[in-house]
Design a protein around this ligand. Sequence first.
Ligand SMILES: [Zn+2]
Length: 265
Amino acid sequence: MEIYDNHVHLTSSSIDFFLNVFTKAGGTSLNLVNLTEDCFLLEDFERKYDQTISISKILEEKGLHVVVSIGPYPVNYVEMREKIGKDKALEIYRKAVDSAVRRVEEGMANAIGEVGRPHFPTSPEIVEESNGIMEYIFQSTSDNDIPVILHTESLDSTGMCDVMKMARNSGKESLVVKHFSSPIFSGNCNIIPSVPAGRKNARSAPWGEKGFFLETDFAGDEGNPNFVLPADSVPKRVAMLIQEGVDRERIEKSMNFFKEFYKLV
Ligand SMILES: [Zn+2]
């Protein structure tokens, strides 16, 4: 069975540790998401995109199915804006989006992410400008319907519908993922919830349906193995569900959803 983690961060020094733990537990596939929190120039972002693409090749060589997500992390916008001013920061963000979209269109990556707005309270100006970047991302990904993975503050049903309204107003009807989502599997205006792979979330998910993901947001390494969730969380939850009597075929159907969602097939 395909066992898929929808949000993993790896560096060249954490690959072996992650792979060992993940595959030993039964993991077969993952979404490799870049982390651009230390990028400030367009070239920094592009270097990080290309590093992420290189890491994905290493994982594929080891037999994993890999989704690659690249894009400017929304949190460094805050610091960047302070250092170089709003106009320049916005320009770099837009160019970083263009550059990521180009790589997806060239077949080097599959999705734009993680992008969005800071998850902590900021000024109304930063929220507004981040929303502007999000609209730009929705517009830039609408033509070829490229999947978008959003990093935002915690969203309830209303917040999810507000984001989808913003997407639709920018021409993007679907393929929007809420990363680190609350377990809101319906009444979400068709945003795709990607929920942390804890026991409670895994038990409450609608197995047998398509339209949601489990994730770890793993960003650790050997010295810090459980940051954010341990690398083997998704395979362990699948094993738990099977043991608790959830039909294997239903789990499989939901686990396979990533292939059509990210157009791997
Ligand atoms: Zn992340």
